[in-house]
Design a protein around this ligand. Structure first.
Ligand SMILES: *[C@@H]1O[C@H](CO)[C@@H](O)[C@H](O)[C@H]1NC(C)=O
Ligand SMILES: *[C@@H]1O[C@H](CO)[C@@H](O)[C@H](O)[C@H]1NC(C)=O
Ligand SMILES: *[C@@H]1O[C@H](CO)[C@@H](O)[C@H](O)[C@H]1NC(C)=O
Ligand SMILES: *[C@@H]1O[C@H](CO)[C@@H](O)[C@H](O)[C@H]1NC(C)=O
Ligand SMILES: *[C@@H]1O[C@H](CO)[C@@H](O)[C@H](O)[C@H]1NC(C)=O
Ligand SMILES: *[C@@H]1O[C@H](CO)[C@@H](O)[C@H](O)[C@H]1NC(C)=O
Length: 837
């Protein structure tokens, strides 16, 4: 019943179409006897694409039949039929034969292009689908339709979602994308993008027969050569490999984002570009992002690392073929083995981590083998030079073996893969010897340093005790005098030092004689107590930071803090009521912060639930204002040097207050950075140049601020961050997610039901990443951060963060094979040594 109705409806629509053919200029389908002339078009049902005639380039007389985006005003052409055979006037006509062949003829009835379907269709008609695919369908007796020809099988320079690039092993037909000859000539150009089906199939960009860029083989998650081209909310990639065919396709997950991949004809660098259209066409991914993308730049058996200078280096166990060429940065000769393989006993493998796997055109694969079987197989065949997992999901599976020279390897910071490269037995022996002596050295160094540290600390202790006895007393007295004799100072200093002094007895009674019940916590320089001052009728809650007596270090910090905080006033800085100096007692009296410090809340799963996204944004922006005041707006520019979650206190309205100015430094007007030999701060928040070279500047605070932003949004500590899938800290994790376009995954699960502020949160993450960039020159100033936080202008792309891994990734791990194993492990390196002899 339903089906009769259906076919009836279809019939009506169809005859209606027949009826309107003549006067219309815009059709949905054409059947035998119908045609479109220059000026007419076929439009897809959802109005996304249009097929018709166009001129390429400016004002050219040449006319082509093609498909373009209907909604995009610039007329972006995605497919051209008569690429090599243009029309020279507007007389072109497209029609369909009774057998289902599409024909393009000119005014003298010459066929300029045909679909050459050689189909035996009975009721054919041509239709432009919503995907941009021009199809010829055959409606058979059952009224079901089969596709007998499609333009997606004959792409031009544009890859659209649902298109397939690959090879049919049965017919031998390869489908690839090919560039135009140049920007106004759609004839087939030099550049192609397609699958290299040899060995384990990989995606490549070629110029003629020469490979220029390898996107690489598919490892279950991504193409190994393009960490950025990743599964995301807009695209999903699919790779299919079986006995009959291999192909790769893309599924558009959000159809409201038109997306295309173009192999550009221009000689400019970008020849392969993923573009999506949100407002204007935006480049999402582009090949040749850096020099290491050039195929085989470093020659054979070498890796390219864009962060190194020079970029190219021989693999472990290899040396430059020509040392002089190598020194002149001509790497094309590549590297050779320092000890040749002889296929004897005892050969093994060196493991290289996080690389772009080498060219797989001379490889062999089996997707059901384990890594162990893979290794055994490789060892058995003398011409096998390396192996790796073919699929990295679920800890890795499948086997990939390489034969012949290894080429086009590069080191990635994220998303690289592990490969095991064969080396000679004698080379392994050398490595083992080296490792043993290194181990001995390491032990010796550790022992020596322990001894010297002990001796040095004893000496320092003795010196310190003496110094403290004789000189520091005087200094304390000095401080008191300075604070007391404010009347004799100039107006400005008078104002500066308007800091009330409290009696010890007042504080003792306020804190109930420093009772343990009033203790709030233990700071770096001593305990902090809660107290209540009664000032006639009014009661005031205070926090008292009591410098511990035996903390010699704390004295300097104490003076520093008194001097600084008394001059600083801002609603995002903690407010000091005064100080107390009596005998050996030194105390700072602050306003009491009922919500404690930020770390106490954000890293606690149950407490952080109450901190919604609005509150978190408010905290981030408050800290930024406080820091802007410190860096720019206070009378004395100050670098805090120890900004961290536990030094941000929260008032009763959850407004942040920066506290703890113990190691803060006044920063001269034109000074851009300063150097210190004493690096104090907190690991996990310290900028690389500060921790490494003792260089501090407002930019090191910016780094800490960036860490703090990411911590507040993720609810995780940077230091001690753990992920089962990698060994980066929170910064590295955020960077990885950013690169993979999955940054929303960084957001604290506690915020999962709130989506209203998503763009605001993403903006904060973006700013956070800009603040933690490795090079301090790249990080924005606080004033710029402030603008970024308030404005909605676009932000620059961040570069790699500093310190994104805590342990540092060893570039090469050593790995030996095969039978019995003994493990020697140290903090840095895991080594399994095997000696089959
Ligand atoms: C039609 O195409 C043929 C073959 O390319 C060509 O020789 C002929 O001149 C064309 N006719 C016109 C009117 O352009
Ligand atoms: C008609 O449909 C049946 C079952 O769906 C199928 O077996 C048969 O091949 C179809 N006929 C044609 C001509 O396609
Ligand atoms: C490319 O390779 C094919 C097949 O190997 C060969 O016929 C063709 O001449 C080559 N083209 C160039 C430009 O070398
Ligand atoms: C698809 O993308 C558009 C534009 O970016 C966005 O507004 C919309 O929310 C997205 N839809 C889905 C389901 O992600
Ligand atoms: C792949 O490896 C599995 C497991 O070792 C084996 O059973 C299978 O025959 C292999 N397939 C090929 C094509 O070698
Ligand atoms: C080693 O592998 C190559 C490539 O698969 C093959 O041609 C050769 O026969 C193999 N040699 C041995 C001894 O298995």
């Amino acid at each position: 019943m339903a089906s009769t109705e259906h076919s009836f409806a279809r019939l009506i629509v169809f005859s209606f179409l027949l009826y309107i053919v003549k006067p219309s200029t815009s059709l949905e389908t054409i059947g035998p006897g119908q045609s479109i002339r220059d000026g007419d078009t076929i439009v897809s049902t959802g109005q996304s694409y249009e097929l018709g005639f166009f001129s390429a380039g400016g004002g050219s007389a040449r006319r082509y039949l093609g498909i373009w985006y209907k909604r995009v005003s610039t007329g972006t052409v995605v497919w051209v039929a008569n690429r090599e055979t243009p029309l020279f006037d507007r007389s072109g006509v497209l029609s369909i034969t009774d057998q289902g062949d599409l024909l393009l003829i000119n005014s003298t009835n010459n066929v300029l292009w045909s679909s050459n379907g050689a189909t035996q269709a009975r009721n054919p008609f041509a239709q432009l689908l919503e995907t941009g695919n021009l199809v010829v369908k055959d409606r058979n007796d059952n009224n079901s339709e089969t596709v007998v020809w499609q333009s997606f099988d004959y792409p031009s320079d544009t890859f659209l979602p649902e298109m397939r690039v690959g090879k049919d092993f049965v017919t031998g037909k390869e489908t690839h994308i090919s560039s135009w000859k140049n920007f106004d000539d759609p004839a087939i150009g030099d550049y192609t993008y397609g699958i290299d089906p040899r060995g384990f199939p990989q995606l490549v960009v070629k110029n003629g027969n020469t490979t220029r860029f390898r996107l690489g083989s598919f490892n279950g998650i991504r193409y190994t050569g393009t960490p950025r081209m990743n599964q995301n909310q807009v695209y999903g990639y699919e790779f299919v490999l079986n006995d009959r065919e291999v192909y790769y396709t893309v599924h558009l997950r959000n159809t409201s984002v038109p997306t295309r991949l173009v192999v550009s004809a221009s000689a400019a660098a970008q020849r392969l570009v993923w573009i999506d259209k949100t407002q204007s066409w935006a480049v999402y991914f582009s090949a040749y992002e850096d020099k290491c993308d050039n195929y085989g730049l470093c020659g054979v058996y070498a890796t390219c690392n864009i962060n190194n200078s020079p970029m190219c280096a021989c693999l472990e166990g290899f040396k430059p073929r020509s040392v002089s060429d190598w020194a002149l940065l001509d790497w094309s000769g590549g590297c050779v083995r320092s000890i040749p393989l002889d296929c004897g006993r005892g050969e093994g493998f060196v493991k290289h981590e996080g690389v772009k796997l080498p060219d797989t055109s001379h490889s062999w694969f089996n997707q059901s083998m384990t890594l162990k079987e893979c290794q055994e197989l490789c060892l058995k065949n003398c011409s096998c030079v390396g192996y790796a997992n073919s699929d990295v999901r679920n800890g890795g599976s499948g086997c990939l073996l390489w034969f012949g020279d290894l080429i086009d390897i590069r080191q990635f910071t994220t998303a690289g893969q592990d490969i095991y490269i064969r080396v000679a037995a004698a080379y392994l022996d050398e490595l083992k010897k080296k490792e043993k002596s290194r181990e001995r050295k390491r032990v010796a160094i550790i022992v020596c340093s322990i001894i010297s540290v002990v001796v040095a600390s004893i000496l320092v202790w003795i010196l310190y005790i003496r110094k403290w006895r004789f000189s520091n007393r005087a200094k304390i007295v000095n401080t008191i005098e300075k604070l007391d004799h404010k009347k004799s100072r100039t107006e400005e200093t008078k104002e500066d030092l308007e800091l009330p002094m409290f009696d010890l007895t007042t504080i003792v009674s306020a804190t109930d004689n420093f009772s343990s019940g009033n203790k709030l916590g233990e700071g770096g320089f001593g305990p902090v107590y809660k107290g209540i001052l009664s000032d006639g009728q009014k009661l005031q809650e205070i926090a008292v930071k009591r410098l511990s007596n035996n903390s010699g270090q704390g004295l300097e910090e104490f003076k520093n803090e008194v001097a600084l905080v008394s001059k600083l006033q801002h609603r995002n800085l903690v407010k000091m009521h005064g100080c107390c100096i009596e005998g050996d007692e030194r105390m700072l009296i602050y306003e009491y912060m009922p919500k404690m410090s930020l770390d106490y809340i954000i890293f606690d799963q149950s407490k952080s639930r109450n901190l919604n996204s609005k509150a978190r944004l408010n905290i981030i922006d408050g800290i930024a204002r406080g820091l802007l005041y410190l860096h720019r707006d206070s009378r004395l520019p100050v670098v805090h040097r120890d900004l961290k979650a536990s030094n941000v206190l929260l008032d009763s309205d959850m407004n942040p207050r920066i506290s703890d100015f113990g190691i803060a430094q006044i920063f001269g007007g034109n000074q851009t950075e300063a150097n210190t030999t004493r690096v104090v701060g907190t690991y996990g928040y310290m900028a690389p140049e500060y921790a490494g070279e003792g260089l501090y500047s407002p930019k090191s605070d910016i780094f800490s601020f960036g860490v703090l932003v990411l911590e507040i949004i993720s609810g995780k500590r940077n230091r001690g961050f753990y992920s089962p899938s990698h060994r980066y800290n929170l910064l590295g994790h955020a960077w990885k997610l950013w690169m993979e376009d999955r940054i929303v995954e960084l957001i604290d699960n506690a915020l999962e039901y709130e989506t209203c502020d998503l763009s605001e949160i993403k903006r904060r993450i973006h700013i956070g990443l800009l603040c933690v960039q490795e090079r301090h020159e790249d990080r924005p100033h606080m004033a710029a951060v402030d603008k970024m936080l308030s404005g909605d202008n676009s932000l620059p792309q961040p570069t790699q963060p500093g310190f994104f891994t805590e342990r540092g990734i060893p570039e090469v791990d050593y790995y030996y094979s095969p039978n019995h194993q003994e493990f020697a492990s140290t903090n840095e390196l895991t080594i399994s040594i095997v000696d089959p002899r």
